[in-house]
Design a protein around this ligand. Structure first.
Ligand code: AMP
Length: 551
């Protein structure tokens, strides 16, 4: 064996990071650096220019932010005056917003020392000018907005700038920022340290690399297609459609699934069928439908990331894909997208903190399975995939198993998920009624209604954000569609229908049973969001997962 296998991964406290940063990392619950962080942080601290080849989900944002923040803290000890030290460029408003979220978290213990401004927000330049006059330590923006501020003389990087970071550099070009990028470079000082992060290395990115990086070190993350089994557990459960619906309802209603969940189906109609089905039990969900405007999809994901809701139903695992995977036809439409390039893009924005993937319909090919499963167990976190498999879908499951099983000696890729349907007979009756109530007409109406509603929202969103740039909470996307009659009693779970083995797990007490259930049912899952371990493993009652405890 090579010596390398004995080398222990570098820990955060061994990276010579400021105590305040280490405390912030501890507060986030990050136990150790991700692979990309372990490599990139020391290089940036050494003063190297770095090209980071990694995708969203690898922990790359903190990989460049941590050393930049560290270096700014050191520079500030001897600084004579307040100056903007770092510029972070990203291709969309949503990404800038995400980056600022990470800066906020990482500087929580030194928020007085490190100040940052997000200039990507769609407000008049003059509104942001006062913020820039104060020379925040870090400026985060899209290339377009940054250039506008430079031209308006609100920003001048020539003298003070020490760090330039370009995140998702390939998307910067896909979104049509080529010209702005070229022009921006002329406004950078002669000497600065640069970091370029990009999932792919297109010709454009190579050119950019030549113009802004000096003797760069390239760090490429050789990623396995899926997170390892220590992080991501794959379950399967054989069930036909009606039973799938019953199980889903039971798991969600009794809060046996903890943390954020994405439910995948194979058609848009099925998305709405499930939404309307769950709606009858008072379970709110949000549909991510590729027919809806990209701004809406982005906004939905943002709200999901911010914890406004916990369940998304998606029909198309590519609905939030990156442009590198767009068809040529789509690429030719690039100019059209330029119109609203700062917001009209869902690409590069990503689901965060997803604990569970539920394949209500089994994906049609192996790539799709990988893609769906890849939405969870990001960074170093834990995740689970639970696939419902009908008789017809068994060959699809076998294909996935054959492709993804690491070696022949491994008994099986999927763990069997134990669920005793006979223990939840009453849930089945209710589920049957509710499932039947969702007719084709109800689904069609719901689709139309939502498109109308969301397009209307889109207008509202636009004008609202112009007035309230910091408020992303205004419109929820998990509202009831009401194309199926809601029977109020279905939202309750009377105690007598809950199997005894589940009562303690779901916190049923003798006092005020029904009322408590009601409250619990109506509240969101978010109290469970901070799950520490595999969320599906946390279910431990006899009917389920007898075997799982051993795993
Ligand atoms: P990113 O690739 O930067 O978008 O990060 C993906 C996710 O990983 C984010 O939700 C981060 O909060 C999370 N993350 C980043 N670094 C770590 C770490 N060292 N340990 C655990 N989670 C992390």
């Amino acid at each position: 064996m090579t010596e390398e296998t004995d080398i222990k991964p570098l820990q955060f406290h061994e990276m010579e990071l400021d105590d305040r940063i280490l405390k912030a990392i501890a507060k986030l619950g990050w136990q150790q650096p991700t692979v990309i962080q372990e490599k990139v942080i020391p290089l940036v601290l050494e003063g190297k220019d770095v090209l980071v080849r990694a995708r969203t989900g690898s922990g790359k944002t903190a990989a460049f932010l941590l050393p930049v923040i560290q270096k700014i803290l050191i520079l500030k000890q001897s600084a004579l005056q307040q100056e903007t030290k770092a510029l972070i460029l990203a291709p969309s408003r949503e990404l800038c917003h995400q980056i600022c979220g990470v800066i906020k978290d990482l500087t929580i213990k030194c928020s007085r020392e490190i100040r940052y401004v997000d200039i990507s927000l769609p407000v008049d330049l003059s509104v942001q000018k006062p913020l820039l006059v104060e020379k925040p330590d870090i400026v985060v923006g899209t290339p377009g907005r940054t250039l506008q501020h430079i031209k308006a003389e609100n920003l001048n990087f020539k003298k003070s700038l020490d760090f330039v970071v370009i995140d998702e550099a390939d998307l910067v070009f896909s979104f049509g920022y080529e010209e702005e990028m070229k022009e921006l470079i002329h406004h950078f000082p002669k000497i600065y340290q640069a970091i370029l992060a990009s999932a792919t290395l297109s010709e454009d990115v190579k050119n950019l690399k030549m113009s802004i990086l000096r003797n760069p070190v390239s760090v490429k993350l050789e990623e396995p297609e899926l997170a390892p089994s220590t992080q991501l557990t794959h379950y399967h459960l054989n069930a036909e459609e009606m039973d799938k619906a019953t199980i889903l309802y039971t798991l969600l209603k009794l809060h046996l699934i903890r943390g954020k969940t994405i439910i995948f189906v194979n058609t848009v109609d099925k998305c709405y069928k499930i939404k309307l089905f769950l709606e009858q039990f008072g379970i709110r969900t949000c549909v991510l439908n590729s027919e809806l405007p990209a701004t809406i999809r982005c906004h939905s994901v943002n709200q999901y990331n911010q914890g406004m809701y916990d369940i998304i139903i998606a029909s198309d695992e590519y609905a939030l894909e990156k442009p590198s995977s767009l068809s040529n036809q789509d690429k030719n439409k690039k100019t059209k997208r330029r119109k609203d390039k700062e917001s009209g893009v869902s690409r590069g924005i990503d689901f965060q903190h997803v604990a569970n993937i539920i394949n209500f319909d089994f994906p049609l090919d192996v790539q799709s399975y990988i893609h769906r499963a890849g939405r969870t167990a990001r960074g170093n976190s834990q995740g689970s995939v639970l696939s419902f498999v009908s008789m017809k879908e068994i060959p699809l499951r076998e294909k996935v198993e054959k492709k993804l099983k690491n070696d022949e000696s491994e008994s099986s890729f999927f763990k069997s998920y134990q669920f005793k349907l006979e223990e939840v007979e009453s849930f089945r009756y209710r589920a049957k009624d509710a499932w039947r109530a969702v007719t084709r007409i109800a689904v069609r109406e719901a689709r139309l209604k939502e498109i109308k509603q969301e397009i209307f929202n889109c207008q509202k969103l636009k004008s609202y954000f112009e007035d309230n740039p910091n408020d992303l909470q205004v419109l929820r996307h998990d509202k009831c569609l009401h194309t199926v009659k809601i029977q109020q009693h279905l939202a309750d779970v009377p105690e007598y229908i809950v199997p005894p083995t589940l009562k303690s797990l779901a916190n049923i007490t003798k006092k005020g049973k029904k009322r408590e259930w009601r409250k619990m049912s109506e509240s969101s899952n978010s109290k469970f969001q901070m799950k520490k371990s595999n969320p599906l493993l946390s279910m431990q009652f006899e009917g389920f997962n007898k075997k799982k405890k051993k795993n």
